[in-house]
Design a protein around this ligand. Structure first.
Ligand SMILES: Cc1cc2nc3c(=O)[nH]c(=O)nc-3n(C[C@H](O)[C@H](O)[C@H](O)COP(=O)(O)OP(=O)(O)OC[C@H]3O[C@@H](n4cnc5c(N)ncnc54)[C@H](O)[C@@H]3O)c2cc1C
Length: 410
């Protein structure tokens, strides 16, 4: 009998591939086919320096201003506010000083492995050409803006993540298209980017199939259980026999987990991108401008601009005004950027209030596993998640203590 992995985003596909490599018989099931969820259009960054938990007093101070500003980096749609309250209460609770220190260490433990595990996975699968050689530049107009971001830099120092502060001349030498408004930058050499995150999922899915893995298209609506997992039930009536089941359905995991008797406080932090096919400029590094809350990544098909968070649930229609705002901000940093020949996209980041993912066996049912809640770092964490889940599911000792990432921690 097989292990059935539910959800063929980067997380589910990487886990399915890892299990197949370990000799398991694996079925990967997705309602839309591989890579059409959040993994389709993320900002492509292996963002190993971005593990700082989102909830902290310095962030709360900015929240009221953001709420009032429809163009702000975080937007809560007014009608969604009441539904968000329980999640938000947990988000605030995650910033207790002792909790915060633990969460930083848990994020750093995953990020410390992320680039190495990603490179191993790309090498094993012959996909080395999918990753850039250059890192990421974090931009600041001046010392004042830089000091406002010092908490982030201090955490990187504490956990030993390499970074280098550079001045205007060095910035211009690395990226001549950047505006001379930018007086200071931090180079994160390990934050490499993928050329096309969607094609990465497709390529990984193809490698999985070459190892004997099977992909099924269908929407999972339920499960058959006795003392352990037995079957995965699809909307079209099919039943997939399963010795083990892995829930990796991104922001949609909570709906399935509620049915399985293990509800989790999972929200969608909706994010947007604009893919500009004819940008009129070339970039080597990805760039972020923390004070303006956007990111720009050079990809195989031009330049991708994105970022921001919108809290509006899984079902509301996209509001593409948010992508237009990020492009406008990006042209402040890149004055020659032309927005011609572009597409816009919205995706659902699977966000837990304490920022770290769930990488866990079920606390209730034998043969059931969860890998979800990767938030802003699903691409970054994918190879590490796959390795750890592969070890957990096959009974090997995981390379990291997985207790902090357990499903019943809430
Ligand atoms: C704008 C934006 C920028 C981002 N930038 C970055 C970045 O630079 N770096 C980074 O590391 N991360 C980034 N992320 C986050 C990253 O994209 C996500 O964390 C990651 O894609 C989550 O992967 P996943 O496989 O868990 O979810 P998904 O990719 O959403 O996959 C879940 C899959 O489950 C399927 N599914 C759901 N329910 C069912 C069901 N009932 N039956 C069958 N199938 C089902 C869906 O069809 C989907 O294919 C970004 C996200 C956004 C939105």
């Amino acid at each position: 009998m097989a292990t059935v992995v539910v959800g063929a985003g980067i997380i589910g596909t990487a886990i399915a591939h890892d299990l197949a490599r370990r000799g398991r018989q694996v079925v990967l099931v997705d309602r839309d086919g591989p890579g059409r969820g959040a993994s389709f259009g993320n900002m492509a960054s292996i963002a190993v320096t971005e593990f700082m938990p989102a909830s902290r007093p310095s962030i709360w101070r900015q929240i009221p201003g953001w709420m009032l500003d429809p163009e702000g980096p975080v937007r809560v749609r007014p009608g969604y506010m009441p539904k968000l309250i329980p999640w938000f209460a947990r988000f605030i609770a995650a910033a207790r000083p002792s909790k915060l220190r633990a969460l930083e260490a848990q994020g750093a433990a995953l990020c410390g492995r992320a680039l190495g595990d990603t490179l191993d996975l790309l090498n094993e699968t012959g996909l080395q050409n999918q990753i850039s050689e250059e890192g990421c530049l974090s931009l600041y107009t001046d010392e004042v803006e830089f000091r406002a971001d010092r908490e982030h830099i201090e955490i990187l120092d504490r956990f030993g993540f390499p970074h280098e502060v550079i001045g205007r001349q060095a910035i211009q030498a690395l990226e001549p298209e950047l505006s001379d408004k930018i007086g200071l930058a931090v180079l994160f050499p390990q934050n490499r980017s993928m050329k096309d995150p969607y094609k990465l999922v497709l390529a990984l899915a193809a490698r999985f199939q070459a190892l004997g893995g099977r992909i099924e298209q269908g929407e999972v609506i339920g499960f058959t259980r006795s003392d352990r997992m037995r079957e995965v039930v699809l909307k079209d009536g099919r039943k997939l026999p399963a010795e083990e089941v892995v829930i990796a359905a991104g922001a949609f995991s909570a709906r399935l987990m509620k049915d399985l008797g293990e509800p989790i406080p999972l929200e969608t932090e909706r994010g947007y991108h604009t893919q500009i096919m004819s940008p009129g400029i070339a970039l080597k590094h990805s760039i972020i401008w923390p004070a303006r809350a956007f990111m720009v990544t050079p990809t195989a098909d031009g330049i991708r601009v994105g970022g921001t968070v919108e809290m509006a649930g899984l079902d509301a229609a996209p509001d593409y005004r948010r992508s237009k705002v990020t492009v406008r901000r990006a042209t402040e940093a890149l004055p020659n950027l032309r927005c011609e020949g572009f597409t816009e996209w919205m995706g659902h980041r699977p966000a837990l209030p304490d920022t770290v993912p769930i990488l866990s066996a079920s606390a209730k049912t034998k043969g059931l596993f969860y890998a979800t809640g990767h938030g802003h770092l699903g691409l970054t964490y994918a190879a590490t998640t796959a390795r750890l889940m592969g070890q957990l599911i096959t009974g090997a000792k995981p390379a990291l203590d997985l207790h902090p990432y357990r499903v019943n921690r809430f």
